[in-house]
Design a protein around this ligand. Structure first.
Ligand code: ZN
Length: 215
């Protein structure tokens, strides 16, 4: 699996931290629990149906529910990548910029390749309430940060989901390097224009509120 190696090479996944999945018709291929993304081979993947039943292969990651949430949200999503990469993980521990994006529009490539990225309220790993929250987000989505945990990105294929994870890690790194300094952001108008041009989403003004945190 080149995508797994690419995640490892980019410093996005160390050891067994993170997982990825791909939609194949009615099935989901997913990295098994505790797997090293750098050495995944097709034969080692778990094959599941969308109910979460294991059809073939080893036990899947317990983070299956939020993978499924993204496939349910959007028929054009065919791959989901979840990483515990250092900068995204650090930013996931900070207060979000706004309710609908943890990260402000700092760079054009963040807006063009990732788009607004909400912070999903904390839940224990594998808790399905985060999946419910993700499904209910009322705007198009290519990435989220999971509070105090890491990042999830999606794509039409695995290469796009990995590229989005790399871009997200980069903008999180920029956010950390500029922490506490007076910042110039892209204007809302620029963010909306760029995002729209590249098939991403940025809302002008206040979007419909994100769902309340699960209690
Ligand atoms: Zn995780």
């Amino acid at each position: 699996m080149l995508a797994g190696r690419s995640l490892t090479a980019n410093g996005l996944s160390r050891g067994s931290a993170g997982n990825l999945s791909v939609r194949e018709g009615d099935h989901l291929l997913m990295s098994p629990t505790g797997s090293d993304l750098g050495s995944l081979v097709a034969a080692s993947l778990s094959v599941l149906d969308f109910e979460g039943n294991l059809l073939e292969g080893p036990r899947p990651s317990k983070e299956f529910p939020f993978h499924r949430a993204f496939y349910r949200r959007d028929r054009s999503t065919n791959a989901v990548v979840h990483v515990h990469s250092p900068a995204a993980m650090a930013v996931s521990c900070l207060e979000p910029w706004t309710e609908w994006s943890a990260i402000p529009p700092l760079t054009p490539y963040f807006v063009m390749r990732v788009g607004q990225t909400p912070l999903v309220p904390y839940a224990d790993p594998g808790d399905p309430s985060q999946a419910d929250w993700i499904e209910a987000i009322p705007f198009p989505l290519h990435a989220v940060l999971l509070q105090n945990h890491g990042a999830i990105t999606v794509g039409r294929d695995l290469a796009e989901a990995v590229d989005t994870a790399v871009e997200l890690e980069q903008v999180c790194d920029t956010l950390l390097r500029t922490a506490g300094l007076p910042k110039r952001l892209l204007s809302q108008e620029t963010a909306v224009r760029l995002a729209g041009k590249y098939g991403r989403h940025w809302t002008l003004g206040q979007p419909a509120a994100v769902p309340p945190a699960h209690s």
